[in-house]
Ligand binder design. Structure first.
Ligand code: AMP
Ligand code: MG
Length: 494
């Protein structure tokens, strides 16, 4: 028998390494290698993200890439590390955390590539450094679903699995998600250096982020030339925009701890997230969140609270507390503006107007009172507007209180007909997705994947990449959730 020679590094990989984070110094990270997993297999992969990274064609069927993206084989020129951060978890200072199971392979053409679930790091604390198949599939699909919904997010290249056992509440199996973002730096990175009084490092980190991602902050005369206030203001703006988009599609993050908040305003760290089925503003998707701190309707306020933690951390650099507060205060205008823009688009208006406000508030009340399916309502409304067929029952049928919805539809259609409204039914179809990653859809794909059938992961990826399009062969993925969907329990355990 001839033994297959496994190389120790993969060359010719198309990646062009820069490692800018890796040049900051050892205060920020520990260099280390991923821990291999036995006999990996492909679970899902994104050709879109492969192209983004300039990977050679056929990467997602290659045994070498399978090994490389499971942490079993080094990528030539890579420089792998785990970074240190801290953070507030559920409103309480949690002290040092860090990449406990995510290992950065390096940065190529502005994309950092991280393996999540790749083994122990100095920051693993009580954890095992692993991620289970279930949560890895959820993170993979949701990253790409969010991108499809035009919501800023980390991306996901692939998931690989291994039958190596991983203990959670029950015995599960291991998986690795390869995720990609311009940077995985979190609010918690800044909190770490502020709380440990490492102000030189705090400045190095802030300067790194500004030079690389927010160079306009150096020019800003708006904040009296205070570059670090300008940074806080910019992060505030991006975070407001991100959360407004979450609220408009009914996305509940589930663990908005400051260590899960991206300095670039990206949605990161997918854990117990959920897209609302029935519209319920008080919905808490994370079964570990007993106080309901991260209920759906609280997300904008939590984002604001988290930004205060970031502001506090940046204070040694900002100097003036009033300036920091002024930058944070902009959230109070930016968030409602961003939300109004998103909701106006759902109604088919390119520009938000004051007149839309009551229409939006009224429909939210109606949807909440009757627990109407959020995604299906907006999609049906888009078709209703497209055909201008007011006798169409598809929207009315979602409500018990027909008088209330009829009244609302009359008000809404009057707005669409007003001369200067510029109503566009096509914009509604581009703003109200037909497909979202409902919990039960993820669950069905996970159950099949446990039996080594990965076709449902691939099918979901395909529709979620283009959630506003019709996918006649996958019509069932746009259905109402089954009764058992309400019983799915998603917790922090991942
Ligand atoms: P999360 O709630 O997933 O954002 O994780 C919070 C912190 O716990 C982060 O520092 C993670 O790296 C760490 N962590 C979560 N799960 C594990 C695990 N299985 N092994 C090591 N660290 C973990
Ligand atoms: Mg996290």
């Amino acid at each position: 028998m001839t033994a297959t020679l496994i190389p120790s590094t993969l060359s010719d990989h198309g990646l062009r390494w820069q490692h800018s984070l890796g040049k900051l110094g050892t205060a920020f990270y520990t260099e280390l290698k991923p821990t291999p997993l036995p006999e990996p297999y492909w679970v899902g992969s994104s050709t879109q993200v492969g192209k983004l990274l300039n990977l050679p064609s056929g990467w997602n069927t290659s045994a070498h890439w399978l090994d490389a993206l499971t942490g079993n084989l080094s990528l030539e020129g890579g420089r792998s590390l785990a970074s240190v951060y801290s953070g507030h978890q559920f409103g309480v200072w949690a002290g040092q955390l860090g990449d406990g199971r995510a290992i950065l392979l390096g940065e190529s053409d502005g994309h950092e590539i991280q393996l999540k679930g790749a083994g122990l790091t100095p920051y693993s604390r009580m954890g095992d450094g692993r991620a289970v198949l279930r949560s890895s599939i959820r993170e993979f699909l949701c990253s790409e679903a969010m991108h499809g919904l035009r919501i800023p997010s980390s991306r996901a290249l692939c998931v690989t699995g291994s039958d190596a056992p991983v203990r959670r509440e029950t015995l599960e199996t291991a998986a690795v998600v390869t995720r990609v973002a311009p940077s995985f730096i979190r609010f918690g990175h800044f909190e770490h250096f502020a709380h440990t009084d490492q102000h030189a490092e705090l400045k190095t980190l802030a300067d790194y982020v500004i030079d690389k991602f927010y160079p306009q902050c150096r020019k800003s005369d708006q904040w009296q030339g205070n570059t670090y206030v300008a940074l806080l203001a910019e992060v505030t703006r991006r975070t407001a925009e991100m959360v407004a988009r979450w609220q408009s599609v009914g996305f509940c993050h589930g663990v908005m701890n400051t260590d899960n908040m991206s300095i670039l305003g990206l949605t990161i760290d997918y854990g117990p997230f959920q897209f609302l089925d029935a519209y319920d503003p008080a919905h808490v998707c994370n079964h570990s969140d007993h106080q309901g701190r991260y209920a759906f309707y609280k997300q904008p306020n939590v984002a604001y609270w988290n930004l205060f933690c970031l502001g506090q951390a940046l204070l040694p650099l900002i100097g003036e507390q009033e300036q920091a507060i002024a930058a944070l205060e902009t959230f109070k205008e930016l968030y409602p503006q961003a939300f109004a823009r998103q909701m106006a688009a759902k109604l088919g208006f390119a520009k938000a107007r004051e007149a839309h406000r009551s229409v939006i508030e009224d429909i939210e009340k109606l949807l909440a009172a009757e627990r109407v399916d959020y995604t299906i309502f907006w999609r049906r409304l888009s078709h209703w507007a497209e055909h201008c067929d007011c006798s169409d029952a598809s929207v009315r049928d979602l409500f018990m209180n027909r008088t209330a919805i009829d009244d609302w539809l009359v008000t809404f259609s009057a707005q669409t007909r007003s001369e200067d409204a510029g109503h566009d039914a096509y914009l509604m179809l581009r703003s109200n997705p037909k497909y979202v990653l409902r919990n039960h859809l993820g669950e069905l794909a996970i159950r099949a994947a446990r039996q080594k059938d990965f076709s449902k992961v691939a099918e979901l990826l395909k529709v979620l990449e283009r959630p506003y399009d019709e996918h006649p062969e996958s019509e069932h993925l746009a259905d109402f959730p089954p009764d058992w969907a309400g019983g799915i329990e998603i917790s922090c355990s991942s």
